[in-house]
Design a binder for this molecule. Structure first.
Ligand SMILES: [Zn+2]
Length: 140
C-alpha cells in the first residue's frame, strides 16, 4: 500500500473523530500510518542499511517481507494485544481505530494484488512453520 494513502486516510479519520476525542484523535495517525515502521525495521535488520529512501523503494517496489522476517505490527497477535489494551487504556482506542483502518486498506490492497495467501499474518504460525520461508509478496 502506498504510504500516502495510509497518511491521508488516517488524517481523514482523525478529523472525523476529533470533535469527540479532541487531541487524542491524533493517535489514529500512529496506528493508521506509523505502524508501517516495521517494514523499515525489517529492511534495516536484513540489509544492514538505514537509508530511509532505499528502504521505502525496496518495500514499495521489490518485496514486503524481507527473507525470513515478519512485519510484527501487521500480525494478528499484535492486533489482539492492542485490542485487549484498548479496553483498559482509553487512548489505545484511537490507536486501534487507526490500526483497523490501516489493516483494512492493506488487506484490500493485498486482495487486489493476489497476495493474501502469501503474507505472514500470524507471528505464531510463522514461528511454527519457520522463518526461513521466503515471502516475495508485494508491499503493504
Ligand atoms: Zn501496512
Amino acid at each position: 500500500m502506498n504510504l500516502s494513502v495510509h497518511f491521508i486516510t488516517s488524517i481523514i479519520l482523525t478529523a472525523i473523530l476529533s470533535p469527540w476525542w479532541g487531541y487524542q484523535s491524533l493517535i489514529v495517525i500512529v496506528g493508521g500510518f506509523l505502524i508501517d515502521v516495521d517494514h523499515y525495521l525489517a529492511y534495516i535488520i536484513e540489509r544492514k542499511d538505514m537509508n530511509l529512501v532505499k528502504a521505502y523503494k525496496f518495500n514499495r517496489y521489490e518485496k514486503t517481507s524481507v527473507n525470513g522476517f515478519i512485519n510484527v505490527f501487521h500480525t494478528i497477535e499484535f492486533w489482539v494485544v492492542c485490542a485487549i489494551f484498548s479496553f483498559y487504556v482509553e487512548i489505545m482506542v484511537m490507536f486501534v481505530m487507526g490500526l483497523i483502518l490501516h489493516m483494512l486498506l492493506d488487506i484490500i490492497s493485498c486482495y487486489i494484488n493476489h497476495c493474501l495467501l502469501f503474507k505472514r499474518w500470524s507471528l505464531i504460525a510463522t514461528m511454527i512453520s519457520g522463518f526461513d520461508n521466503v515471502n516475495n509478496s508485494k508491499s503493504h
